[in-house]
Design a binder for this molecule. Structure first.
Ligand SMILES: Cc1cc2nc3c(=O)[nH]c(=O)nc-3n(C[C@H](O)[C@H](O)[C@H](O)COP(=O)(O)O)c2cc1C
Length: 107
């Protein structure tokens, strides 16, 4: 779905973690065995637009197209951008995400 809506994300299982307030954040991502810090945007939430129930951390890393399946990464929360919302459809959600990314890139 993430690839279909045009914003591929690493979906991170956060069961048994203490979590921050759900919503959209500007983040920095640290990959295991790499010194580099990558910038991105994350949604910590339930994806109400798609009627999902389980909380998930989804991270989209800017200008990055490597596959990170089964990789360990840590996500540093830099700035809360907005709370999660239920959108009427994918078009509305995509438009909102484009604007979130503009904000997140400033951090
Ligand atoms: C920056 C960003 C913001 C998002 N904001 C919302 C939101 O407000 N409401 C929502 O239902 N889903 C939101 N999503 C989650 C998308 O619904 C999700 O990425 C999409 O369902 C694809 O999920 P999948 O890759 O697990 O299939 C957001 C995702 C990203 C990357």
């Amino acid at each position: 779905m993430g690839k279909k809506i045009g914003f591929p994300t690493c979906n991170i299982d956060i069961e048994n973690y203490i979590i921050s307030k759900p919503g959209v954040y500007a983040v920095k991502v640290h990959l295991q065995n790499s010194r580099k810090t990558l910038k991105g945007i994350a949604n910590l939430g339930y994806r109400p637009t798609f009627n999902q129930k389980k909380i998930l951390l989804e991270v989209n890393i800017f200008n990055f197209n490597r596959n990170l399946y089964n990789k360990k990464l840590s996500v540093e929360f830099i700035k809360f951008i907005r709370g999660e919302r239920k959108f009427k459809g994918i078009r509305e959600l995509k438009r909102q995400i484009r604007s979130d990314i503009k904000i997140a890139k400033r951090y």
